[in-house]
Design a protein around this ligand. Structure first.
Ligand code: G3P
Ligand code: MG
Length: 245
């Protein structure tokens, strides 16, 4: 049986502040195979890990990521962890994440958040940083902006990419290849058995998001879906364990 890989969506975001080093470390400690995170550019062109284009939902600040320098962004708190003692979290830079992840065997799915704001140079900057840390074999780049994926395929055809999409793509494996992608990161209801079977034949990896209900996790793991992206890393791992036994 092909084991489904468990990717932690924004880190172990069911328990820790999303897209923070605490959430990434917790996902690793829990036993996740991979981490999904979202990247945007600051005013001074530093890639930072945050989901929204604005900072108010996940920090105590207000404004657009693009309007702050990295140092300014670090003034805001991105939640606290509540383990033995409270610890403040901050928006991580991609560099800080790479410094940590390079010492692990985790796969990282970097979602380029350039669907709404077309951050100029985001692809080049991210690829340069991946090369600097020699992380090419541990990275999957994805985006809802498929022009961006086509650009990446031209800049570095060896980097694995995946299309993000919500629904209704006809023969998504054929479409994915037109932008040089080898992965389908679809909204989870799209990942029905015929799609999974054909994608496997086409050697295209399906990694649905965000799979948080036991029923969906069981279905996808029993269909040997290559990976699932979930907030509930612990839950997904314990369900997978039952299929391993
Ligand atoms: O990459 C999968 C998933 O994260 C895409 O949606 O909005 O959670 O970034 P979102
Ligand atoms: Mg994402």
């Amino acid at each position: 049986m092909n084991r489904t890989m468990i990717f932690a969506h924004r880190g172990f975001s069911a328990r820790y502040p999303e897209n923070t080093m605490a959430a990434f470390r917790a996902a690793y400690d829990c036993g996740a195979d991979g981490i999904e995170l979202d990247v945007q550019l600051t005013k001074d062109r530093i890639p930072v890990i945050i989901h929204d284009e604005t900072i108010e939902r996940t920090t105590n600040g207000i404004g657009f990521v693009k309007d702050f320098t990295f140092n300014e962004l670090r003034n805001w708190e991105a939640g606290t962890t509540k383990n033995n003692q409270e610890q403040k979290c901050f928006i991580p830079s991609l560099d800080e994440y790479f410094q940590w992840v390079k010492h692990t065997n985790l796969i990282t799915n970097i979602e380029l958040k350039n669907g709404v704001i077309p951050y100029e140079g985001l692809e080049e900057t991210t690829l340069e940083m991946i090369a600097t840390y020699e992380l090419e074999d541990q990275i999957i780049l994805s985006s809802f902006n498929h022009y961006s994926l086509a650009k990446i395929a031209k800049l570095n055809p060896n980097i694995e990419t995946a299309i993000l999409f919500m629904e209704g793509l006809y023969k998504p494996w054929d479409y994915a290849r037109t932008v040089g992608a080898r992965g389908l990161h679809c909204f989870y209801p799209v990942a029905q058995k015929p799609i999974l079977v054909q994608a496997a034949k086409e050697q295209i990896a399906v990694r649905p998001f965000t799979v948080n209900e036991d029923e969906d996790l069981k279905r996808l793991i029993s269909y040997q879906c290559p990976a699932v992206i979930t907030d509930h890393v612990d839950q997904a791992l314990s369900i997978r364990q039952k299929y391993d036994d």
